[in-house]
Every structure is written in C-alpha cells, then in structure tokens.
Design a protein around this ligand. Sequence first.
Ligand SMILES: Cc1cc2nc3c(=O)[nH]c(=O)nc-3n(C[C@H](O)[C@H](O)[C@H](O)COP(=O)(O)O)c2cc1C
Length: 232
Amino acid sequence: MKRQWRWILILATVALFLTGWTAFSSDQETPAAAADPGGEKTSLGARTAIIPTLAWVIGSYDAAGRPNLMTSSWAGVCASRPAAVMIGLRPATYTHGNIMARKAFTVNIGGADLARYAAYVGRVSGRTTDKFTATGLTPVKSAVVDAPYVREFPLVVECKVTQTVEAGTHTLFIGEIVDVKADPAILNADGVPVVEQLQPFVYSPGSGAFYGIGPALGKVADLAATIAADGP
Ligand SMILES: Cc1cc2nc3c(=O)[nH]c(=O)nc-3n(C[C@H](O)[C@H](O)[C@H](O)COP(=O)(O)O)c2cc1C
C-alpha cells in the first residue's frame, strides 16, 4: 500500500512538471511581443489591432437571386487605374459564396444615421435571414454589375471581381469599380462626395463600436506646407 502511494506521488509530480512545461513552452510559441527599440511603445504582437477601419455594407445576390448584405471592415481602396477596391471575407460568410459565383458586389456607404443597419447586417447571416425584409431597406438591381445596391445608402460603388487572393483566414476580392452612384445631397459644387455632407462613420474592432468623424484638420497641401515654412 505504501509503495502504491509512493508511485502515485511520483506520477503526479511528473504529470505536474509536464503540464507546467507544456504551458510554458506554448506561451513561448504565441506570437512574441517584440521589444520596442524606441523604448516607449508597448508591443501588441502580430494582431489586427488597427484603428480605425471602414464599415462598408456589401451587396450581393445568392444562387436563387435573393439580395443579401453584410458588413466588411477588412476593406479599402486598392488602385486608381483601373479604379478598384478590395474586401476581405471569411469563406464562412454567405456573401463569400455569392461573390465567388456572381463575380460582382456593391459597396454601400452610409452616414451616421445608417450605422444601425451596418451593425445589423454584420451580425446576422443571409443564410438564415432575409436582411432586406428584416431591415426594411430597399434592394435595387444594378444595371452594370450582377449585384444589388441599397437605395437608402447615399454612396454606392458597383464592382466586378477581377481577382481573388487567399490571404489566410480571409479571401480578398479585388473589385474593379464600374460605376459610383451618389445622392446629390452628399456632393460639393465640383460633384465630389464630401465628409461634411455624408457624415460617414468608422469602426474600431477593439471596442466593437462605430464612431463618427470629427472636424477637418486642414488640407494636406496646407499642412505639409507648414513644415517647409515653420521647420521642425
Ligand atoms: C463592423 C463589422 C465589420 C465586419 N467586417 C467583416 C469583414 O471584413 N470580413 C468578414 O468576413 N466578416 C466581417 N464581419 C462579419 C460579417 O459581416 C458577418 O459574419 C455577417 O453576418 C455575414 O453575413 P452573410 O453570412 O449574410 O454574408 C463584420 C461585422 C461587423 C459588425
């Protein structure tokens, strides 16, 4: 009996040692926080801790021709000629399959008053819910690409897919811009969309919140000129 206990004790010690060792070594394997040569910044490691991101509402058709919407923050403009955007979608989204099949999507950009729609379509899947019916938003069939856009959103970008890039967890869809449609209310006298009139919002993945955009800080040319004029 005594001998049995001694063995149990030895095995328990070995097990504890091994678990401790494994936990330690896997700690070492997580993306390492790198030292800051400047000595001031906290390293956050290899993460998407980036703010702000956009909050685009992506329109697509499914195989049955039903219009769907989802929100994408892994997104941006990626070329000027041909004018193009990119969106990064997980294969698990319904939209991913839709765009793979139809080779087209729309980007719908709204003002702060439409933020709640961007929130909703980013939390519910078109696999189970008709998001146009649920939100009361109106799908409009694009005349130039095989995708719907949202009538209530003031800025709409119609895109045809020219490339897909597998970028890890997400597929990048590169969409060549075929047309941009804007509500005249968001355009200035030169016919350009302006922040003051659109009142767009951005997303902070860390806090999980949308934010409005603050006042203009100045024209780039004017800000740059202050360095030349005033020095460091
Ligand atoms: C603000 C916000 C940004 C998002 N960005 C992305 C993104 O860039 N890529 C992605 O795959 N999912 C993103 N999502 C999650 C999708 O929008 C969500 O999974 C959605 O339900 C997918 O809809 P679907 O299945 O109808 O395509 C985001 C969600 C929110 C709320």
